[in-house]
Design a protein around this ligand. Structure first.
Ligand code: 4AD
Ligand code: MG
Length: 477
């Protein structure tokens, strides 16, 4: 007898005759039909119980959520909905789940409810599909870069610098908040803290990645990043994972080419490897859509949307062109935007990004050459002295999914920007050294992993694509 997982068994049933399987009960119907799932696939295995010859006490314990072991004959199923089933010869209850207490019952639960049961929600079809796709996407990302000869580097999680200069950091300290040491000026004396200075959780591994790109050539990071921005939206997390490639000798066009190829490559991979999960999520979204008013329904289904991104060229548009489009849009003229576009230089809100992607271009858009004053200090200044070599990739239903740039490799320009923005350059001495020794044009970008998983799964809230979301006022589990 073999002990396969369901994904193996259901893909090659001809290899099995008698089977022993273990998993959790999804449903138990008519005292006869168990839908068993072991997490390896979206598909359940139907196990048919001979209730007349089964101990009453055992039958009572076959409840949703219970862990069981079943052995029996694998046969072709006559019933609808499955090709195979097991005629149960022996059943053992490994772990009971009291139906009066177990919260995940075979009925529709809201995602809000399931967030409060985040330790159990992965036992539902939707969350297991999302988390399998998340795993496959992670692997695809490593494979893409490794195949291209990029080296994976681990940038520090505790840092002394603020890579984005936005001041949205979580402090790391061991000082007693009740009575911290005070220095001569009356401020908290961080010299007495664990690291002898102020430290925080990183908002991005970019600055350290740049140092490695200027030694290893092409590198990437893939790790957790932390932002203490108080954005309670469906697209922001306080702890999220970011992929940041950094390439020596790349200009902004090379950077955009790589980002587009990268996204298309990993989405293609997930389409190949996660077909069944995607079909399930596609259907889920379709059902959810049907409950909405016509105007809110999505024009494309999930799989169609992924294919659309893979098959179409991303539109490359300068910030200045985008502002013209937005300024002249009906939406703006009729004052339908919450934030009206009045002049060149304003930052784009997600309503503007989504207008460009979903209404105007109807394609993913790469916006480039942003005004320097709305972007970070490290981006390369253009000849016009007003715009920098930045690029953001905007996605349907998501808005910004990638942010990147060509980096300022000229010491004089970089120092000037740091000074203008009042950034403490002492912390950045090592970053400036890169511009002193063997400096070269280089570029990179950051892809927000959860935003990508949102897109690939058709989920609508970022809290539902990471196992344990961290958001303002919430760090349960
Ligand atoms: O645009 P951002 O801030 O860029 C950087 O951090 C650069 N250092 C990247 C680089 O060039 N190496 O963030 C990059 C991406 C965004 O486009 C978005 O997808 C995601 O990270 N992101 C978030 N995702 C979830 N929650 C948040 N609070 C996020 N903030 C940014
Ligand atoms: Mg950004």
């Amino acid at each position: 007898m073999k002990y396969p997982r369901l994904v193996e068994l259901l893909s090659k049933p001809e290899n099995y005759d008698s089977v022993l399987v273990r998993g959790w009960v999804r449903t138990f119907r008519a005292n006869r039909f168990i839908a068993l799932n072991d997490g390896s696939t979206i598909e359940n295995l139907q196990c048919v119980v001979d209730f007349k010859n089964t101990d009453e006490k055992i039958l009572k314990k076959i409840n949703t959520g219970a862990a069981i072991e079943v052995s029996g004959k694998l046969i072709k199923s006559m019933g609808k909905g499955q090709s195979q089933e097991v005629l149960v010869e022996k059943i053992e209850i490994i772990g009971e789940a009291d139906p009066d207490l177990y919260p995940i019952q075979p009925k529709k639960h809201s995602f809000e409810f399931l967030r409060e049961k985040a330790h159990l929600r992965v036992r539902t079809a939707t969350f297991s599909a999302v988390m399998r796709i998340r795993s496959v996407l992670s692997f695809a990302i490593h494979q893409f870069f490794q195949d291209k000869g990029f080296y994976y580097i681990h940038t520090p999680i505790i840092t002394g610098s603020d890579a984005e200069g936005a001041g949205e950091m979580f402090r790391v300290s061991v000082l007693d908040p009740q009575k911290p040491p005070i220095d001569a000026d009356g401020s908290v004396d961080f010299k007495q803290d664990f690291f002898g200075k102020e430290t925080n959780l990183t908002v991005s591994g970019q600055l350290e990645a740049e140092t490695y790109a200027l030694g290893l050539g092409n590198v990437y990071t893939f790790g957790p990043t932390f932002r203490a921005e108080n954005s309670n939206t469906s697209r922001h997390l306080a702890e999220f994972w970011m992929i940041e490639p950094e390439m020596a000798f790349y200009d902004l066009d090379d950077n955009m080419d790589l980002a587009e190829e990268f996204i298309k490559n990993i989405l293609t991979y997930v389409m190949e490897k996660c077909e069944k999960d995607l079909i399930f999520l596609d259907q889920r979204l379709e059902n959810e859509d049907k409950t909405k008013p016509l105007i809110q329904r999505s024009p494309m289904r999930l799989i169609q949307k992924i294919k659309f991104v893979i098959e179409n060229e991303f539109k490359r548009v300068s910030y200045s062109e985008a502002i013209d489009i937005l300024k002249n849009s009906k939406q703006n003229k009729k004052k339908k935007f919450k934030y009206l576009i009045q002049e060149w230089g304003t930052d784009l809100q997600s309503e503007h990004e989504r207008y460009l992607v979903e209404k105007h271009f109807n394609a993913p858009v790469i916006l480039y050459d942003y005004p320097a004053k709305i972007k970070a200090f490290y981006m390369r200044m253009n000849e016009d002295q007003k715009t920098v070599r930045a690029m953001d990739i905007l996605f349907p239903g998501i808005g910004e999914i990638v942010g990147g740039s060509q980096r300022e490799e000229r010491l004089v320009f970089l120092k000037k920007r740091i000074q203008e923005l009042g950034i403490d350059d002492e912390e950045l001495w090592w970053y400036l050294d890169l511009r002193r020794f063997g400096s070269t044009p280089h570029s990179g970008f950051g892809l927000g992993f959860e935003r990508l998983v949102l897109f690939a799964t058709g989920m609508s809230n970022i809290r539902d694509v990471i196992p344990y979301p961290r958001t303002p006022q919430n760090a349960s589990f």
